[in-house]
Write a protein that binds this ligand. Sequence first.
Ligand code: ZN
Length: 99
Amino acid sequence: MVLKRDKRFEKRIAEKRIDFLLDLADQKKYEDYELSRRYIELSIRIAKKYRIRLGKRKLRFCKKCHYPYRGDRMRIRISKGVVRIACVNCGNIRRFRIK
Ligand SMILES: [Zn+2]
């Protein structure tokens, strides 16, 4: 007998883990920046494996170096309805429009 895997159930657990890891990364980012980066990398890996879209959760860390955004490690500029977030660690700039 082969036990069937419940993919939907697994996906739900994976999603919970992602949220948990990102929250943990948020809590630890002022104490141990390296560790919270590790948490984010883990949550990205889980998301990739279970094909979970990160959506708004993506705004919590830098896409390029995976360090969480932190007050003293980022620069935010708003002009003409465009928000620019610059990461101080790697220099990556993200832009998006606000309505
Ligand atoms: Zn970065």
